[in-house]
Write a protein that binds this ligand. Structure first.
Ligand code: SAM
Length: 369
């Protein structure tokens, strides 16, 4: 029988205390999972496995990814984290050789073979999400919570001395990584959205403006699937300057807080989660000015997370929602529950909305004037 330890009002057996200690240490080390994923992504480990026909030994993996011979055992330890977390799988063969394989998760990190860029290669967005630029800011959260001087600034501004968008404007490398990540996410998501939820766009009468549409990946997919829709992309000047030419799209450099060009439909994909409520209301008011009445076909399409929708009782969904919400704190953004969405829609003067939940991290919200 385990002995009991009395500590303040908590009574736990030694076994329970040791289990609690284990869980506490587990929480301390969770970031190692994303660090390992980031390293595997940069090393193109998924490509190396794919190019070996879907299975590879440790020594071949080390050779194919340029690992120094003194670090092969370290690679094995990194792979042990990634196989334990299900990013890759591992078999130990009768010969004793360790063989690594892709799983459905690391299948999304393969960037070689077939069409280029591969539609399903999400490694560029992984490089954005586990990038030291946001992560450094997030590690200052304790100071930010308690320091009155930084109350008016975002975590990002405190850590880097400029806003996220200013850094993209002045650092070409950061701009490249960020926009490649968004392109990858958009390519992947739009393929599925246009296949499964095409009615959302099919009902657009004749024009759409993708606000904060970056390099136009989303708008290009819509224009291709629905040639009757004239698509425009509005983004900041530096982003528009880097966008590839596309005869089907019109790019406009501007500021969504000041002006949104008129269209039947305004699209906001991954925009409102970047901003606090007051800013979202300002953006949505500009959207409302840009579209006609509901009877004349006006609507705003928001593609963003709705915290607590279908599937979010499952642990991975639930954790992803709350983790992504705190991640967005780095620029003072937020992931919203339905009641928080409805509050900003009504405050901006809209009269109705409809949420179409999707499996995964986003929903489609159609918002009506
Ligand atoms: C998270 S990204 C989303 C990009 C794209 N919609 C997507 O989902 O791939 C946010 C975008 O908003 C743009 N943005 C930020 N501030 C803006 C402003 N004031 N006016 C227009 N675009 C802005 C950024 O340049 C960036 O392209």
């Amino acid at each position: 029988m385990a002995s009991h330890v009395q500590e303040d009002e908590i009574t736990m057996s030694s076994e329970e205390l040791l289990q609690a200690q284990l869980e506490l240490y587990h929480h301390c080390f969770v970031y190692i999972k994303s660090m390992a994923l980031g390293a595997a992504t940069e090393l193109r480990i998924a490509d190396a496995i794919h190019l070996r026909g879907g299975a590879t030994t440790l020594s071949d993996l080390a050779a194919d990814t340029g690992i120094h011979r003194t670090k092969v055992s370290h690679l094995q330890r990194l792979m042990r984290v990634l196989t334990t977390s299900g990013v890759f799988s591992v078999d130990v063969q009768a010969s004793g050789a360790t063989v690594y394989k892709l799983t459905r998760v690391s299948g999304l990190l393969v960037g070689v073979g077939g069409e280029r860029p591969r539609r399903c290669d999400l490694s560029p967005i992984v490089s954005v999400l586990v990038n030291p630029v946001p992560v450094t800011a997030l590690f200052s959260i304790r100071e930010w919570f308690t320091d009155g001087k930084s109350a008016a600034s975002s975590l990002f501004e405190v850590a880097h001395g400029c806003t996220r968008w200013e850094m993209i404007a002045k650092d070409a490398g950061d701009d490249r990584v960020f926009n490649a990540g968004l392109d990858a996410d958009s390519r992947f998501s739009m393929e599925i959205i246009l296949r499964e939820y095409s009615g959302v766009f099919g009902s657009v009468r004749s024009s759409l403006v993708d606000v904060g549409g970056a390099h136009g990946t989303v708008a290009a997919a819509i224009a291709k699937a629905f040639p009757h829709i004239k698509c425009t992309v509005l983004d900041l000047p530096v982003v528009v300057a880097g966008a590839p030419a596309d005869d089907n799209l019109t790019f406009i450099a501007g500021d969504m807080f000041e002006y949104i060009p008129p269209a039947d439909t305004v699209l906001l994909k991954w925009i409102l989660h970047d901003w606090a409520d007051e800013d979202c209301v300002k953006i949505l008011r500009q959207c409302k000015k840009a579209i006609p009445t509901r009877d004349a076909g006006g609507k705003v399409i928001v593609m963003d997370m709705v915290v607590g929708t279908a599937g979010s009782q499952e642990t991975v969904s639930k954790e992803t929602e709350v983790l992504f919400d705190v991640f967005m704190m780095y620029i003072d953004g937020t992931q919203r529950e339905e009641h928080q969405w409805s509050k900003i829609f009504y405050e901006a003067g809209f009269s109705d909305y409809r949420i179409t939940p999707m499996t995964g991290i986003r929903s489609i919200i159609e918002v009506y004037p």
